[in-house]
Write a protein of this length. Structure first.
Ligand code: CMP
Length: 394
């Protein structure tokens, strides 16, 4: 009994976009709590409002903090239902969940209220903690999670450009210390002092509070600012192009429950599911959109996370629904698309690129076998032969 409640609750909490009405309601409530709480925290920092509406702000803080507290407790309780932790003893599953970035943000979000219960907090410090709650929205925002993925995927390149930038800061600061150290000992008297000037110049911010007075100093400053333009563009460009790539990969957030609804992945262990989630793109098709067109070259196959599509076959349309897949035939025999497939309603698709498809087929013979059986039933051997109705059971 408790277990089925827990499973039900897990499904509700794990489905920000594609769940039932109950799950949509819960997520809207949680998002509203974050937004209201942040708006109140910002409003409260204006002394005029803070004093005039103290009771209102306090009520908002306590009610929303209670919601966050309940959310954290329930998420911890249902963590044992997560496919990733299912094989662990409950305590370990919950501890492992608690150490995930999203769970740490949730904990930080309730910490200020918890601490304030026992120990009066400095208001400004409490405010910073309260604004951490903004990051709770990462769960619902493909944008925020794409940015995190972009930074993570480019961490080596970013570290490399950071090291180059540090080198430039050190060089410029040492040079200016040598050139202007005697002229302006308060500003360039030591390398750490000069490093402040170097950072502000290299990032092309140039507050103007520290500036060169000698001709050579001015020359070095000009060169430093020009070099800075190029150096700062490096990490900005790296993050921007990675972000561009990620945001187009993820029109919605792929959750474990979505993967669990695809029967093909049912028997997989947690590491295999993680691997598949990491290579799947998320794409949304509107009613009537052609997702693949007959005769076109094939670059990917599709799993239906939610919705329905129609395969337009010469002998009549075949409908495929949530959990089924299509687009596998052309990839398997490296041919063009055998039919056009259209969305019948707004449909959420998980897209597997050809390259990853072939990788998964070679790494997971059981999945390869199941896909081949479905493709054969759909008439892959005769190439567009008349399929029997089993064919629709992707
Ligand atoms: P592909 O040829 O890549 O592109 C069109 C897709 O339609 C095809 O892969 C199959 O996934 C799907 N398809 C083709 N024939 C049938 C069928 N008889 N029943 C269900 N789906 C089909």
């Amino acid at each position: 009994m408790t277990q089925s409640w827990r499973r039900w609750m897990f499904a509700i909490l794990d489905q920000p976009h594609h769940g039932t009405a109950a799950s949509r309601f819960v997520h809207r409530l949680l998002i509203a709590a974050v937004l209201i709480n942040i708006a109140a925290a910002v409003g409260e920092s204006v002394p005029r409002f803070g004093a005039a509406h103290r009771l209102l702000f306090e009520t908002i803080e306590y009610v929303t903090a209670f919601v966050f507290f309940a959310e954290y407790a329930v998420r911890l309780w249902v963590a044992v239902e997560h496919p990733l932790f299912k094989d662990m003893p409950p305590a370990r599953a919950r501890l492992t969940y608690a150490l995930q970035p999203a769970a740490i943000v949730d904990l930080l979000a309730i910490l200020p209220t918890l601490v304030a219960l026992f120990y009066p907090l400095n208001l400004r410090v409490a405010l910073i903690f309260r604004l951490v709650r903004f990051f709770k929205l990462a769960r619902y925002s493909p944008g925020l999670s794409s940015l995190a993925d972009a930074v993570w995927s480019e961490r080596r390149a970013l570290l490399a450009s950071l090291i180059i930038l540090l080198g430039a800061v050190l060089m410029a600061a040492s040079l200016m210390h040598a050139i202007e150290g005697e002229e302006q000992p308060d500003k360039f008297g030591s390398i750490p002092d000069a490093m402040y000037w170097a950072v502000i110049t290299l990032t092309t911010i140039g507050y103007g509070d520290v500036y060169p007075v000698t001709a050579l100093g001015k020359f070095v400053t000009s060169i430093t600012a020009i070099i800075g333009l190029v150096m700062v563009a490096l990490p900005v460009g790296i993050v921007a192009s990675a972000f561009e790539r990620e945001i187009h990969r993820r029109e919605f957030i792929v959750t474990w429950s979505m993967i669990a609804r695809v029967p093909l992945f049912a028997g997989l262990d947690a590491p295999a599911i993680s691997e598949i989630i990491s290579v799947l793109h998320a794409q949304t098709a509107n009613a009537g959109d052609a997702i693949v067109r007959m005769g076109e070259p094939a670059h990917s196959m599709y799993f239906i996370a939610q919705g329905e599509v129609i395969v337009e076959l010469p002998q009549g349309p075949v409908a495929l629904g949530t959990g089924q897949f299509f687009g596998e035939m052309a990839l398997l025999i490296r041919a063009n698309r055998s039919a056009t497939v259209r969305a019948r309603e707004r449909t959420s698709l998980l897209v597997l690129d050809a390259h990853d498809f072939h990788h998964i087929m070679s790494q997971h013979p059981d999945i390869a076998q199941k896909i081949k059986i479905v493709a054969e039933a759909r008439g892959i051997t005769e190439r567009r032969g008349a399929p029997d109705d089993k064919a629709g059971q992707g």
